[in-house]
Design a protein around this ligand. Structure first.
Ligand code: HXC
Length: 259
């Protein structure tokens, strides 16, 4: 079925790319867009040829937030009964292969939250992040109050959530919200290079690494370390571990089979 709000393509036959495509609304995130995004990511996750995904927007906006026009008339009964946000925004949490956010321009409100739901963020120099919901008489509702402090610490997260100010790419990198900042015209090139690099590693190791890092956000340190140790032990049951280590010992490039 054709998508109305996103564009979907693959790069190198291995990377699934989703481009948010509501340019006139600065990629404001409505229900239809979030349904399409979730379905596209799930399809890529289930495709054995795909090793990594990228979510991106336009030069001007990754996404300027949840669609305020759509939300304006919602009442409590609508959002509660329809499980607003939980119903379709959380799909991305179930994706097991890596998802990189390539952010240029505005990533505000739900746009910032969507970027933070991805596994890491590569930002263009013109990126601007913010949680301006306070200006609308609401609070972040797609994980902003939880993921932002984990990324940048309490003081800066409070500053962002309470004043609604934006942070530029330099500040976002310094604070640990984004993994790297690149020139705007190199954003996709650099992101795809990272994605293709990930695709060439053992998919089992990649998925296990993602799962283990995500575990660090839940529960205790001791539980997280134990989870990591067991996943690490499990790697020794894979063919890829034998291949990776044999390749190193014999000074050749590893050819992973994802087994
Ligand atoms: C609906 C939006 C939108 C949004 C922008 N537009 N953001 N429409 N929802 N979140 C629309 C504008 O209405 C306008 O439409 C067009 O996009 C261009 O926007 P401008 O404001 O003219 O552009 P500019 O002057 O460059 O300002 C850019 C901006 C500003 C600073 C990003 O648009 C802005 O402040 N947007 C709202 C940001 C925000 O509050 N986000 C949080 C939303 S709440 P027209 O038709 O006039 O051309 C949220 C809840 C999260 O995300 C919790 C659950 C997920």
């Amino acid at each position: 079925m054709a998508n109305e709000f996103i564009e979907v393509r693959t790069e190198g036959g291995k990377v699934g790319v989703v481009t948010l495509n509501r340019p006139k609304q600065l990629n404001a995130l409505n229900n239809g867009l979030m349904d399409e995004l979730g379905a596209a990511l799930k399809a890529f996750d289930a495709d054995p040829a795909i090793g990594c995904m990228v979510v991106t927007g336009s030069e001007k906006a990754f996404a300027a937030g949840a669609d305020i026009g759509a939300m304006a008339s919602y009442g409590f009964a609508d959002v509660y009964k329809n499980d607003y946000i939980t119903r379709n925004w959380e799909t991305i949490r179930s994706i097991r292969k890596p998802v990189i956010a390539a952010v240029s321009g505005f990533a505000l409100g739900g746009g910032c939250e969507l970027a933070m739901m991805c596994d890491f963020i590569i930002a263009a120099e013109n990126a601007k992040f913010g949680q301006p919901e306070i200006k609308l008489g609401i609070i972040p509702g797609a994980g902003g109050t939880q993921r932002l402090p984990r990324a940048v610490g309490k003081s800066k997260a409070m500053d962002m959530a309470l004043t609604g100010r934006m942070m530029d790419a330099t500040e976002a990198e310094r604070a640990g919200l984004v993994s790297r900042v690149v020139p705007l015209d190199k954003l996709m090139e650099e992101t795809l290079a990272a994605a293709l690099m990930i695709c060439d590693y053992s998919q089992i190791a990649v998925m296990a690494a993602k799962e283990a890092v995500n575990k660090s956000f839940e529960g205790t340190l001791a539980d997280g370390i134990m989870f990591e140790r067991r996943m690490f032990h499990a790697m020794f049951a894979t063919t890829d571990q034998k291949e990776g280590m044999d390749a190193f010992v014999n000074k050749r490039k590893a050819q992973f089979k994802h087994q």
